[in-house]
Ligand binder design. Sequence first.
Ligand code: KIV
Length: 306
Amino acid sequence: MSLTPMGFRPPDGPGSDTSGRKVTTATLREQKLRHEPITCLTAYDYATARLVDEAGIDMVLVGDSLAQAVLGYENTLSVTMDEMLHHVKAVRRGVKRALLVADMPYGSYHLDPTRALDNATRFVKEGGAEVVKIEGGEKRADLIRRIIDAEIPVAGHIGLTPQSVNVMGGYKVQGKDLSGIEQLMRDAVALDRAGVACMVLEGIPREVAAMITAEVSTPTIGIGAGPDCDGQVLVFHDIMNLTFAPPAKFVRRYADGAALFSNAVRAFSADVKSLQYPADEESYHLPRETKAGLENVLARKRAMGR
Ligand code: KIV
């Protein structure tokens, strides 16, 4: 850790929201009504959370994609409540303006409703999350109502739900035939009626996402669902090329983080090995009087032959 104070918050830069107004679940609904696109990115740590928040992103999601993006797991199924909570707390410290959403990991809401409520409450009480996200539509509606009854806003998530990877037989675009579309519409309406704060539409045809967005009063946040949703979410590591894998069709890469970090690490290594780092200006020095005193002591020692 450098000795640089970490508390400094720079003025807002280009593209950032300068209103400073806190984003709430009510803001998302207003944005839908005003046709003002909602922005959402994932973050898993304090530094990224600050960058995303200070750039004016509306929602920060601590996604269970933490599993692959940061923890190196194969899929999202392995990540635990405790691992998620640890990262939600770090992100909470970095987010001031955006709405903070915590993803309920696989197994944290599937077993029994009381345990689900307990886990959702932990995200709010211990992690400081403002919304919890749950995968699944119609079949989760009763559970979602219970969590909302406990004063915890819920984000729905339908379509390609990664926690169902084994049931879906892979990561496949959903709602491609008439019965799939019908199921998605039922899921969306069930979430709308349950009163979710927003719903993520993942991996569905553009036409179906547009129909859902027009049908429900809940703001829809798309990922691989085309441009007609009320907002868009992407994984931070995807847009920064930090995934070590070819991107999905819907991912747009905004920076080559892998090249940036890798080049910086190589440059540091080369500088140390060639004695170019640290330079004298990058070193601390003794005060003049102490240095003079020290030189005196050393000179005396030399004179005494020691
Ligand atoms: O975990 C995740 O990253 C998500 C996506 C919707 C972005 O759930």
